[in-house]
Design a binder for this molecule. Structure first.
Ligand code: FAD
Length: 646
């Protein structure tokens, strides 16, 4: 094997979105030499695309807001499956994280009296999203990057080198977390431009790799979201939880086909946009579920009055949590009341003056004009559900963000599971990644500082990681597939087939027979993916990169399908056609996915059985003082009888 460069760091952060950058800042401020590695250019992560805002109960727009109300909304949104301690920490700490951003230079929109402005969003009782027009993620990342640069400038003054204690490796991908004696010892990486391999040695690795959307055909996610962190954790021996819960955002563009899935921010509804079907009806009033009946307006008049007088009226049902709105749109289209391109209409043009739309929703105005030739100040948008976010992720210890079972591994942001339960409220991701990014960085730093003897990566593991990464260049002669060797497979074809299968069979509405079919197709794709082959060389070869990513997408897709098959109820981002109701006996059950194979020569068996072992685990009881924040009648809708009697 060729020589592989090694560099020693204290903490390695995989991912340079909001969670990764916040973790890196914290680890570096704790005095640790910190490396950040990201697949794309520095500054281009999913977080940049976030439009609506950051949820934090600062109470600027409504003084009744506080962390307890935010906690309640988050638990309701997640249908009480949330890891309650994470939801508590998140609600308590989010305001500090927003104020901290402001001290680092973030320029939020203001209220008339000069405070940080907060807007309405689905499932939030009060206006709570701190925002910068509809470009909040861009400002968040710009601010964190600026903070990183300022820390690097400090290091230049002190040590004569900008990257003495904080270095960013951009356009580099991690393919394996390395372990020595059961503990994390580093990460195996390749540089996209040169194809060069290298190892970052460190006792602590923070996964902050974002989501999994690229396993689905219609998605708001960009090319990077191939579930890498989820797969890296699984392969390192850390379990994932809640993988059946995938959020389909109700409003993605449906036309033209080239942009299908691109997000239409929830702010459009938060700022007054309404949903209508082809008959012109505001259909959301027909889809208010019992658990939310008391909280939402029953008539259009009341819903409209709420925008002016929220204390004396209930909010319109367009602002129900995303899972409810996505299912309602799906049902309208299925019933033949959809728009010409298979969506429904979202209208702000009749609700706000053109100049207000352009000021509050500049990106949306631009996006529709440029991509669909639609002027949203004069006509409605056509929208439909798009795969947007994964609630499931790495099972972490709530206070420290430490991954279960793998000392030295931490996870924060979208790659971590538990915080959002079965459904995330809009705006709660940006706050999540600031709160838990900071905690992950802090605890990774503490862990690294306390590791007196640094584990050294095993050369055999490095060789194996290198061989695995290079396999697509010799796919045709590969005989080690558990089948007869066959012709090389095109990674793009495999990816398309995977996306189609996940969209059709494990998408927004699921049923048992289709998920069995999905698992069969995934098993077949997995065998074929071992023959995914590419031509050319290692310099900037996107086909090769995709061939490597396929392993991750297949692993996480299997987790989603297996968990979705097992959970025989409908809850949040998991809807079963054959089990349409929420079932209280599932309230406190987490489905846990662990990597089970392949081992030795058992690949043929693995093809049939899959690579994921699934088990059930009871969630810890919710602390009493937190339960007391809810009315007993409401708890009775969610908790099991045993929990209620306790
Ligand atoms: P990301 O920002 O997704 O960053 C992941 C990082 O990991 C990237 O740097 C990537 O290059 C890197 N990476 C991935 N794999 C590897 C690997 N193998 N090796 C090295 N690096 C790797 N949420 C809100 O709260 N409010 C909103 O208004 C909002 N709007 C949204 C709008 C859109 C269009 C989308 C798509 C999402 C929106 N979300 C919103 C969700 C939110 O943006 C994401 O959940 C959040 O930004 C995820 O942040 P993260 O730090 O976990 O990961």
């Amino acid at each position: 094997m060729a020589h592989v460069d090694r560099q020693a760091w204290d903490v390695v952060v995989v991912g340079a979105g909001g969670a990764g950058l916040r973790a890196a800042i914290e680890a570096r401020e704790a005095g640790m030499r910190t490396a950040v590695i990201c697949k794309s250019l520095f500054g281009k992560a999913h977080t940049v695309m976030a439009e609506g805002g950051i949820a934090a109960s600062m109470g600027n727009a409504n003084e009744h807001d506080n962390w307890q109300v935010h906690f309640r909304d988050t638990m309701r949104g997640g249908k009480f499956l949330n890891q309650w301690r994470m939801a508590e920490l998140h609600a308590r700490e989010a305001p500090d994280r927003v104020w901290e951003l402001e001290t680092w230079g973030a320029l939020f929109d203001r209220t008339a009296d000069g405070r940080i402005s907060q807007r309405n969003f689905g499932g939030h009782e009060y206006p709570r999203l701190a925002h910068v027009g509809d470009r909040t993620g861009l400002e968040l990342i710009r601010t964190l990057q600026q903070k990183i640069v300022s820390l690097q400038q400090e290091d230049e003054r002190e040590f004569g080198a900008y990257d003495a204690r904080l270095k960013v490796f951009q356009e580099c991908t991690v393919t394996r977390v390395l372990k020595t004696d059961g503990r994390v010892s580093g990460a195996f990486c390749y540089e996209r431009e040169s194809g060069r391999f290298f190892v970052l040695e460190a006792p602590a690795v923070v996964l902050a790799t974002g989501g999994i959307g690229k396993s689905f055909k219609v998605t708001s996610n960009s090319w990077e979201y191939t579930g890498d962190g989820h797969a890296l954790a699984l392969l390192a021996g850390a379990p994932l939880i809640n993988m059946e819960f995938v959020q389909f955002h109700p409003t993605g563009m449906v036309w033209p086909p080239s942009v299908k899935g691109i997000l239409v921010t929830e702010s459009v509804r938060g700022d007054g946009g309404v949903l209508r079907n082809s008959e012109g009806k505001r259909f959301m009033f027909d889809y208010i579920p019992d658990v939310f009946k008391e909280k939402y307006a029953q008539t259009e008049d009341e819903g409209d009055r709420w925008y002016e007088d929220p204390d004396n009226n209930r909010r319109p049902p367009e602002l129900l949590p995303r899972d409810e709105v996505a299912r309602a749109i799906n049902a309208e289209v299925k019933a033949g009341r959809g728009s010409p391109h298979g969506g429904v209409y979202l209208d702000v043009s009749t609700r706000m003056p053109a100049e207000v739309i352009k000021r509050r929703l500049p990106s949306m105005h631009h996006q529709f004009k440029e991509l669909a030739d639609v002027d949203i100040t004069a006509e409605p948008m056509e929208v439909g559900p798009t795969c947007h976010y994964v609630m499931g992720g790495v099972d972490v210890e709530p206070d420290t963000a430490a991954a279960t079972g793998v000392p030295g591994l931490f996870a924060a942001g979208e790659v971590a599971g538990g915080m959002h339960g079965s459904n995330r409220l809009g705006g709660n991701s940006l706050s999540d990644l600031l709160v838990f990014g900071r905690r992950a960085g802090l605890h990774a730093a503490e862990y690294a500082a306390s590791s007196a003897e640094r584990p050294v990566p095993d050369p055999l593991q490095i060789d194996a990681a290198e061989a695995e990464a290079l396999r697509p260049f010799s796919a045709e002669v590969e005989a080690d597939t558990g089948r007869e060797p066959g012709p090389a497979e095109n990674p793009y074809t495999l990816h398309q087939e995977l996306q189609q299968a996940m969209n059709d069979l494990v998408g927004i509405i699921r049923k048992e027979s289709e998920m069995f079919e999905a698992l069969k197709r995934l098993a077949d794709l997995r065998v074929r993916a071992r023959r995914a082959g590419v031509e050319g060389h290692r310099q900037y070869n996107p086909g090769w990169h995709l061939a490597i990513d396929l392993r991750n997408m297949l692993l996480v897709s299997e987790c989603v399908a297996r968990a979705a098959l097992e959970r025989e109820e409908s809850r949040g981002g998991h809807t079963r056609d054959d089990h349409p109701a929420m079932d209280r006996t599932w309230r406190n059950i987490n489905l846990v996915c662990e990597f089970a194979g392949p081992q030795g020569d058992a690949r043929a068996a693995e093809a049939a059985l899959g690579q994921i072992r699934l088990s059930r685990r009871e969630t810890p009881p919710i602390r009493r003082d937190l339960l007391e924040l809810f009315e007993k009648d409401e708890l009775a809708k969610y908790l099991t009888d045993e929990e209620l009697s306790r």
